[in-house]
Design a protein around this ligand. Structure first.
Ligand SMILES: [Zn+2]
Length: 260
């Protein structure tokens, strides 16, 4: 017996073939966490459901539950975010975001904030795909913060001076000013970050979600933020999350000043 129909607002993180003519979508709902929904018959040629169940679409769905599966009854698109598919970088960034969200523990407690972060990030990627590095770094840092991992940097861990340009550890959360760095610290797991980069990291935590990407950061700092936030994800989530970094051709010029 199918359950009573349930209406949900959410965003499609993943969509894949399931059995012969069906699809399975991974759906981040605005208040019930991540669920898998089976879409019957959407694999058939000419199926309208096929184009309505692509990744990164924000939509309203009606589902019902039979056994342990949710089945799609109705779907209506709110934003298609289809422009994401016009840029390889934006698409890779959106894929990175979708993969992190679908593999994280999201329940009714943190569903709303994760959903908002996802929707604003996908929307920004579709409107300004060239800003993919900023959107990527901001997402990574805000996401880690929402999971409870993030650290804010105020002062040098050695001399206590306020930080400008400094070295940040992606393993321990420590920060050292340029005069203290090297004096009493080894060159491991640390990265040089500009003062603007430190300010941007704070902005990614403190900002109203609507203004998350409204910050100007220079090109070099953007590259550093992308590398730094990726390494923090690697350490905190014990994985390798560098799908986007693999697309950056001039990565070496930024990693050469890496100290680790
Ligand atoms: Zn210092």
């Amino acid at each position: 017996m199918a359950s009573e129909p349930i209406s949900l607002r959410g965003v499609i993180l993943r969509s894949s073939e399931f059995k012969d003519k069906d699809r399975m979508i991974t759906f981040l709902s605005s208040d019930s966490g991540v669920i898998d929904i089976c879409v019957k018959g959407s694999g058939k040629q000419g199926s309208k459901l096929m184009s309505a169940t692509l990744p990164f679409i924000v939509c309203d769905v009606v589902v019902s539950m039979t056994g342990s599966y949710y089945y799609l009854k109705e779907i209506s698109i709110v934003y298609s975010n289809s422009a994401i598919f016009g840029s390889l970088e934006a698409m890779t960034c959106a894929g990175h975001i979708a993969s992190l969200l679908s593999s994280s523990y999201i329940d009714s407690q943190n569903s709303r904030v994760m959903y908002e972060l996802c929707v604003y990030s996908f929307f920004a990627l579709s409107k300004t795909p060239d800003d993919f590095l900023l959107i990527y770094s901001a997402f990574n840092w805000r996401f880690l913060y929402l999971l409870g991992y993030c650290i804010s940097y105020d002062v040098c861990n050695s001399c206590g001076k306020e930080l400008d340009s400094c070295y940040l550890s992606y393993a321990t959360g420590e920060a050292f000013c340029t005069s203290c760095f090297g004096k009493d610290r080894k060159f491991t797991d640390m990265m040089l970050m500009s003062g603007a980069g430190v300010k941007a990291l704070d902005h990614f935590i403190d900002s109203d979600i609507k203004k998350l990407f409204m910050i100007h950061v220079d090109e070099d700092t953007l590259h550093r933020l992308s590398i730094f936030t990726t390494r923090c994800l690697d350490v905190q989530l014990e994985g390798t999350y560098d799908s986007l970094l693999g697309l950056l051709k001039d990565l070496d010029s930024h990693t050469s000043q890496f100290s680790g």
